[in-house]
Design a protein around this ligand. Structure first.
Ligand code: DX5
Ligand code: ZN
Length: 224
């Protein structure tokens, strides 16, 4: 009965044709747009800000999933909510006050989530899960597309799944379990079996266009 969602990461799209690229993945059946925000401070890379989110918003219907790899978090979280983001996730160690940041995001009407680097412990969920909508486990170290899936993420996914199911039994609330980094056609089934329901894929999607430049073929292979 599990719902699976595919969230292509625009990090690997052609930035000169961003609108066409995100429309093409939507046409191919993508569920969510994963929008990677890097500040050259929290991670050693720099991408785009709320202006680009606002510019894309009217051109697609699917939810925009903003992954903030920035520090500090709060001002940009608010700016992305105002720019039309639907989901906003951040790295807890990058926020001065995690509870406050979660409240801020939800007060803006967005779903809120925490992101866990490969070495970040899930204990950050101990006192936060009741106000979380998404748990995002990084299966690479953040900063770049095209890295290899770190296998120990599978055990961590099982642990996160246990915590989420316990919260669901307690409160009835649905919490998404998202995985980000190195997701490919040949490992997505194992990742799903470990408990993930939402799959970010950058290079695997944008690196495998159809002959006409669309992405129907690769997204179909992801779902099989
Ligand atoms: C990495 C980003 C990812 C990245 C994934 O810091 O958070 O979303 O785009 O790219 P792939 O799927 O190529 O590993
Ligand atoms: Zn990401």
């Amino acid at each position: 009965h599990m719902t699976f969602r595919i969230a292509p990461s625009m990090l690997s799209a052609d930035f000169g044709r961003l609108k066409e690229e995100v429309q093409a993945i939507e046409a191919a059946g993508a569920d969510i747009l994963h929008f990677d925000v890097m500040d050259n401070h929290y991670v050693p890379n720099l991408t785009v800000g709320p202006m680009v989110c606002k510019a894309l918003r009217p051109h697609i219907r699917m939810p925009i999933d903003v992954h903030l790899m920035v520090s500090p978090v709060d001002d940009l979280a608010a700016a992305f909510a105002d720019a039309g983001a639907d989901l906003i996730t951040f790295h807890p160690e990058a926020s001065q006050h995690v509870d406050r940041t979660l409240q801020l995001i939800r007060s803006k009407g967005c779903k809120a989530g925490l992101v866990f680097n490969p070495a970040t412990p899930l204990t950050w969920l101990d006192h936060t899960l009741h106000q979380i909508d998404i748990v995002l486990l990084m299966s690479v170290n953040p900063g770049f597309g095209g890295q290899s899936f770190i296998p120990s993420t599978l055990d961590k996914l099982r642990e996160a799944r246990r915590r989420i199911d316990a919260e669901r039994a307690r409160s009835g609330r649905e919490i998404w379990l998202e995985v980000d980094g190195g997701v490919k056609v040949d490992n997505i089934a194992d990742i799903a079996r470990a408990g993930a329901d939402t799959f970010v894929a950058g290079s695997a999607v944008f690196g495998a266009p159809d002959a006409d430049g669309g992405y129907h073929g690769i997204l179909k292979r992801f779902r099989e």
